[in-house]
Design a protein around this ligand. Structure first.
Ligand code: ZN
Length: 165
């Protein structure tokens, strides 16, 4: 699938809840999983491929030889705890841009899978970071919205490169 790049408007749109799990949802989730893994992404949200369904994919084992992708439908972050930590973060919709973004270290996420089961998972570190990042995407929020003054220059440079291509 083609990954939609910033500043396309769909990246600022809010996702709509998924009702019945249809063939369309299955196919979308499968294609997104493949696209995420092919691009070495830890996560991918539906609006990054031009869909407004409220779902994202995450690779729970980003450092392992064998990935463990999951499909997260109608997610809700129900708990975030421990101090936030800052680390470098990228986004498949912003190729080449890496920013230090603060995120919570641990989160608890409530979601549905493709089989309509209600699932609760706890995540930490990079996976927790990726979940917060994808969850934001579904609300039209992008990682550049958290930028610190220190890195503002990096973003300005990214913008001016966009304008010259
Ligand atoms: Zn992203």
């Amino acid at each position: 699938m083609m990954i939609i790049k910033y500043p396309e408007k769909v990246l600022r749109q809010k996702a709509k809840p998924v009702g019945k799990i249809t063939r369309e949802i299955f196919d979308l989730a499968e294609a997104m999983t493949t696209t995420m893994l092919e691009n070495n992404g830890v996560g991918l949200a539906a609006n990054q491929v031009g869909s407004l369904f409220n779902l994202f994919t995450i690779n729970l084992k980003p450092f392992a030889d064998k990935p463990e992708p999951i499909v997260v439908i109608n997610p809700r972050v129900i708990k975030k705890y421990e101090d936030s930590e800052e680390d470098e973060e990228g986004c498949l919709s912003f190729p080449g841009l890496f920013l230090h973004i603060p995120r919570y270290k641990y989160i608890v996420l409530h979601y549905q899978n493709l089989y309509n089961e209600k699932i609760i998972i706890e995540a930490e570190g990079l996976v927790a970071r990726a979940i917060q990042h994808e969850y934001d995407h579904l609300n039209g929020v992008l990682f550049i919205d958290y930028i610190t003054e220190k890195e503002r220059e990096k973003l300005n440079e990214y913008h001016s490169n966009l304008n010259t291509v």
